[in-house]
Write a protein that binds this ligand. Structure first.
Ligand SMILES: [Zn+2]
Length: 145
């Protein structure tokens, strides 16, 4: 099971849904989160940070390394490793995916009673269109979706 969590960015104007694979890392490993509106507060340091479409995640990589070692995970705790392997990453493909997904379900819900097949088909096609949009926009996790 993976714990999920919503984190507000440094300026407080936006938030991201995050997921922690195997609950291996505590949320404090994400030292700071910058949205596109507060991104300019920092200059990117690739040793500790990862940028994804204007969002910046700053990790405590030394702390993360301790947790990885303790749980027998081999690999160096770089921002890319932590993010791409899912140890601390967006829930879904982008920071607001969780919310977009639940809104989509809510919007289509009336169809369930009327036409279940159409509901499932619409859910699938709208979600695929959303993923294609994320992919085109360059979101990191969407590139492999
Ligand atoms: Zn912000």
């Amino acid at each position: 099971m993976c714990m999920s969590d919503r984190r507000v960015c440094e300026c407080g104007r936006n938030s991201a849904f995050l997921i922690y694979r195997d609950n291996l890392l505590p949320p404090e490993i994400l030292v700071s989160l910058y949205c596109p509106q507060c991104r300019s507060q920092v200059s990117l340091n690739e040793d500790t940070m990862l940028e994804d479409c204007g969002w910046v995640l700053e990790f405590d990589v030394d702390g993360a390394q301790v947790f990885l070692n303790r749980r027998g995970v081999t690999g160096r705790a770089t921002p890319k490793f932590l993010f791409d392997e899912g140890y601390l990453t967006w829930q879904g493909l982008a920071p607001e995916d969780q919310e977009i997904n639940s809104k989509l379900h809510q919007r289509l819900a009336p169809l369930i009673e009327q036409d279940l097949a159409l509901y499932l088909k619409s859910l699938k096609s709208e979600w695929l269109a959303h993923v294609a949009k994320l992919k085109a926009a360059g979101w990191r996790k969407a590139q492999h979706a």
